[in-house]
Design a protein around this ligand. Structure first.
Ligand code: NAD
Length: 364
């Protein structure tokens, strides 16, 4: 792998290789872009098949965070850590403290958080070595489980999608199909039902389905039928890559708006949705509620402030749809453009001399 060629392709700033013999730490911290502020992104622990796979994953995920933060209006850049190892066998206090010291050595250029394979307890261990970590135990004044805020953001994004397509954000009587009734999907179901929507639900866990049927009067569908359900809005809240060559021709929803990460199997599937006239809410924009919430910790967590920032996903989605409509481009491409434009505009703000006081840091 030509590492600098890869870094040059998307203009990465920095890659840090972290090794610690005593704890067995082998980790990669990738910082993509800090134009808007410090790079925030979770710490993933995974049994990568090779070192190259780990580096490629860190780079890919870090860049994704740049776009996500920029589109969400946050003053944060994009970064990510990956630890090479098995989260079931290879975790130890020493490993996370060793990583914490590396993160601290970056002086706040990178802030970590929970991700696939890591937990709040792991973040607490990192916190022993550095303040540059979010998502620690609520007893330390952190923001706690982000799922409720993610669900709120998706709900507001669904309202915005309805406003754009139907001219009203009133969801009363709208049929919404939810795939996955986990931490986010179940809360989303509650909000949608509260707004008068009729729910169709599916989960591989029958207990969750039964709960939703009893609590929200939802209609249960077998998991294999939910994506092709006759409905106004489909909310994928389970797995990635659900929008692909096989599923897109079968979709019967007019709007796709859910929390799942990486819903498009490939970029071109966003183009296919556009061609079919289906309004797709780009996943990294509509599901940013959790990130917005955790990022509020950087200002000293305030739940009401975090909530009102999450609510702004409504306006962000409407602006994004407007841009897509005016330019005639698919919504997932409009999202990338919107994020890049914000970064480019702020990058070009004139470097006026600021006098001889403490330098102003953009973002925070
Ligand atoms: P979760 O694990 O709590 O819930 C996922 C649910 O999907 C589970 O109930 C599971 O049984 C169900 N499921 C799995 N396979 C299924 C299938 N084939 N058909 C139907 N249901 C199926 O996860 P979550 O935290 O609710 O997150 C849901 C999605 O949203 C994930 O893709 C996640 O990456 C994404 N996301 C979550 C957050 C957050 O704050 N939790 C933030 C951003 C994105």
């Amino acid at each position: 792998m030509e590492l600098f060629t890869r870094m040059a392709q998307f203009d990465y700033e920095q890659v840090v290789f972290c090794y610690d013999d005593a704890s067995g730490l082998r980790a990669v911290i990738a910082i993509h872009d800090t134009t808007l502020g410090p790079a925030l992104g979770g710490c993933r622990m995974w049994t990568y098949a090779s070192e190259e796979d780990a580096v490629v994953d860190a780079l890919r995920l870090a860049r994704g965070m740049t776009y996500k933060a920029a589109a969400a209006g946050l003053n944060l850049g994009g970064g990510k850590t990956v630890i090479m190892g098995d989260p079931r066998k290879d975790k130890s206090e020493a490993l996370f403290r060793a990583l914490g010291r590396y993160i601290h050595s970056l002086g706040g250029r990178y802030i970590t958080a929970e991700d696939v394979g890591t937990t709040v307890q792991d973040m607490d261990l990192i916190h022993l070595e550095t303040p540059y970590v979010c998502g620690i135990s609520p007893s330390y004044g952190s923001s706690g489980n982000p799922s409720g805020m993610t669900a709120l953001g998706v709900f507001r994004g669904i309202q915005a999608s309805a406003k754009y397509l139907y001219g009203t954000d009133d969801l009363a009587g709208r049929r919404v199909a939810i795939q996955g009734l986990g931490s986010v999907g179940y809360e989303l179901a509650r909000l949608l039902r509260g707004a008068g929507a009729d729910l169709l639900v599916a989960d591989v866990n029958p207990l969750q389905v039964e709960r939703a049927v009893n609590e929200f009067g939802a209609q249960a569908l077998p998991p294999q039928d939910i994506l092709s359900a006759e409905c106004d809005i489909l909310a994928p809240c389970a797995l990635g890559a659900v929008l692909n060559d096989e599923t897109i021709p079968r979709l019967r929803a007019q709007i796709i708006a859910g929390s799942a990460n990486n819903q498009l199997a490939e970029e071109r599937h966003g183009d296919m949705l556009h061609e079919r006239g289906i309004l797709y809410a780009p996943d990294y924009v509509i599901n940013a509620g959790g990130l917005i919430n955790v990022a509020d910790e950087l200002e000293g967590y305030h739940p009401d402030r975090a909530r009102s920032k999450v609510e702004r996903i409504y306006d962000i989605m409407l602006n994004l749809y407007k841009l897509s409509g005016e330019r005639g481009i698919p919504t997932h491409r409009a999202a990338d453009e919107m994020a890049m434009k914000r970064i480019e505009t702020l990058r070009q703000v004139r470097s006026t001399h600021l006098g001889h006081h403490e330098p102003v840091r953009r973002g925070r």
